[in-house]
Design a protein around this ligand. Structure first.
Ligand SMILES: Cc1ncc(COP(=O)(O)O)c(C=O)c1O
Length: 316
């Protein structure tokens, strides 16, 4: 189907609006590499506003199918970020109860988004941060295993599989004859592991480059500094070709440029990924005189608007 028809299609539920996200040429921020095509895959076009819709939906649908998630159980997890929004929206769509545990000092906006879909919130000790929220969930699940379904996106195969069957397949469908590079940030690593696995099945080699924060303490929400973090069980370093460290400053600056120059107001992890993609494009332009790069844009910038004055002491 051509673009305009695809966008106006009738859907039975928001569930069917996940995926088939647009690829947009980033011609302005990559203008120093005119021989290289750079495309952003706009994951904020998913109904929950981020790349995490794909993983959350697949984890929920698979668990409903095989009986791990039944009507008497509640989905529980410890995220106040994009995955929490995704669980909440599909919980409402699929009739699944959702409980999220988050430190009590996350922003009011984060609490309100989840509650709008009927999600129940449980607050953990703000002094213990996100690790405290994880421990709280594990405690609740251990106490009453029959009450809960805990998807655990860091070790759930349906997370990368959502990108193997979705993101990767869509990219090959659109650009399989031309794509030379994939660039994506590492959080749970699901996006990179699943998309790269699919791209590696293509007849031509496609170089898959993972973007990581350069510093352990960073401001690139959604991304993990793997050397200083618990490495997710779904991660396999052999599953992609290269890692590029990007500083918080470069990621934030590129996010600003994307809004002004491409009219794409995106999150900071997208800024970091596009920064890396443009560096690769400049190198390809100099050394090879061409190339075609797809870079994953995980979410929109308005998720990160500064909190109001009385919310200044916040954590995401
Ligand atoms: C804003 C943002 N960027 C990037 C990622 C990384 O995606 P993945 O978990 O698939 O590695 C996430 C994941 O939570 C995210 O929220």
């Amino acid at each position: 189907m051509k673009g305009s028809l695809l966008r106006s299609r009738q859907l039975r539920s928001v569930v069917d609006a996940v995926g088939d996200t647009p690829l947009v040429r980033l011609g302005h921020v990559a203008r120093e590499a005119p021989s290289v095509e750079v495309y952003g895959k706009l994951e904020f076009a998913n109904p929950g506003g981020s790349v995490k819709d794909r993983a959350a939906l697949r984890m929920m649908q698979a668990a409903l199918r095989d009986g791990r998630l039944t009507p008497d159980r509640t989905l529980i997890d410890s995220t106040s970020g994009n995955t929490g929004v995704a669980y909440s929206i599909f919980g409402a769509a699929l009739g699944v109860r959702v409980t999220l545990v988050m430190p009590s000092n996350v922003t009011k906006a984060r609490k309100d988004i989840a509650r709008a879909f009927g999600t129940e919130l449980v607050f953990s000790d703000p002094m213990e941060g996100s690790d405290g929220a994880i421990r709280h969930v594990r405690r609740l699940v251990a106490e009453s295993p029959d009450l809960w379904f805990y998807p655990d996106q860091y070790s759930n195969r349906d997370n990368p599989d959502a990108h193997y069957y979705g993101t990767g397949a869509e990219i090959l469908d659109a650009l399989g004859d031309r794509i030379t590079h994939l660039v994506a940030g590492l959080g749970t690593t699901g996006t990179m592991m699943g998309t790269a696995r699919r791209l590696r099945e293509h007849t031509r080699p496609i170089r898959c480059v993972a973007v990581e924060p350069a510093e352990a303490l960073h401001g690139l929400e959604g991304l993990k500094h793997l050397q200083s973090s618990l490495v997710p069980p779904i991660h396999d370093r052999a599953g992609y070709d290269e890692t590029m460290p990007v500083t918080t400053e470069d990621g934030w600056d590129m996010a600003d440029r994307l809004a002004r120059e491409e009219a794409l107001h995106v999150g900071h992890s997208a800024g970091a990924a596009v920064f890396a993609a443009v560096e690769i494009a400049k190198h390809l332009h100099r050394e090879q005189g061409g190339g075609c790069i797809v870079v994953i844009i995980p979410d929109r910038g308005d998720r990160y608007f500064a909190p109001m004055k009385w919310e200044k002491r916040y954590v995401w």
